[in-house]
Design a protein around this ligand. Sequence first.
Ligand SMILES: Cc1cc2nc3c(=O)[nH]c(=O)nc-3n(C[C@H](O)[C@H](O)[C@H](O)COP(=O)(O)OP(=O)(O)OC[C@H]3O[C@@H](n4cnc5c(N)ncnc54)[C@H](O)[C@@H]3O)c2cc1C
Length: 290
Amino acid sequence: MVNGFRPRTLREALQILSANNCTVMAGGTDLMVQRARGFSIRPDFDRPLVFIEPLEELKHSVRENGTLHLGPCMTLSDLLRHPAVPDPLKEIIGMMASPPTRNMATLGGNICNASPAGDTLPWLYAMNAKLKLQSAEKERIVAIEDFITGPKKTILQSDELLTGILVPDTRFHLNRYRKLGQRKGMSLTKASFLGMAEISGNTVTDIRIALGSVAPRIVRAAEIERSMLGRYVGDINAAAAVITERYQPLITPIDDARSTAMYRKKVSLDLIRQFLETLSGSPGTGTKSE
Ligand SMILES: Cc1cc2nc3c(=O)[nH]c(=O)nc-3n(C[C@H](O)[C@H](O)[C@H](O)COP(=O)(O)OP(=O)(O)OC[C@H]3O[C@@H](n4cnc5c(N)ncnc54)[C@H](O)[C@@H]3O)c2cc1C
């Protein structure tokens, strides 16, 4: 038997965490795989579990003062159904796992698992999401890129929970997402690409590029993005290969069971270049200027 706590409120959950050395379980879809020991042998949990998935306080989503607040215990299926969740995130979630797994897997679990292959992460990075971390004593808000420090590593303390995901309500006319897997659905990510851009009068006013599964953490390069702001889409198109080259040193994938480093690097760079080349055909552009 696995020992565990079933708190009824968030406050109770935080008090349990401050008094005991526990493992937090949300949907359990990562934890049960990581701790599995074989068929019909109970998973290896060395500490008591705290089951947080049923906590209603962690399942709300609301749009307020230009920020979308997402509850970490919303399952991927909850997010797909929720009217406040933006379509680009729904598109990503629609390609994750299978419907039964999506009914269990939570957004908070995808973030706290801190895998570079976590599919919601490129979007959260690109949107400059912030995370609310709470313990019984204090709360803090941190940027997602400061939260994840390496593969499966975060700054979360043992008495803290992720209790909120705050996403600025920014819309982009151009959204492109590519998930490369073994097949179209139900497959883990070999590499992923997210490009978002806002073009006005043939000029780039905002552009964000994030890549998953190609480095220890999600790749996003604020300096390269800034260098494209205010430039004509025609210029970006012409300089696409040069700009893409700047991403070379940031893309440091590994060989593993899913793919090779060489394939991951090549497709990621190709996807960046193609995205930059197609900006000129996107909404907000009229006649092409060179
Ligand atoms: C068949 C299958 C297919 C999958 N396909 C995909 C896929 O396509 N893409 C993808 O990205 N992932 C995939 N996954 C991985 C997994 O489903 C997701 O990462 C999921 O979002 C994890 O959520 P969870 O609630 O199950 O996390 P859990 O397993 O409960 O927890 C994961 C980690 O996060 C911690 N944690 C969870 N919530 C909190 C919180 N609120 N505060 C503090 N710590 C917390 C836990 O302690 C644990 O360390 C798949 C898994 C399976 C089994």
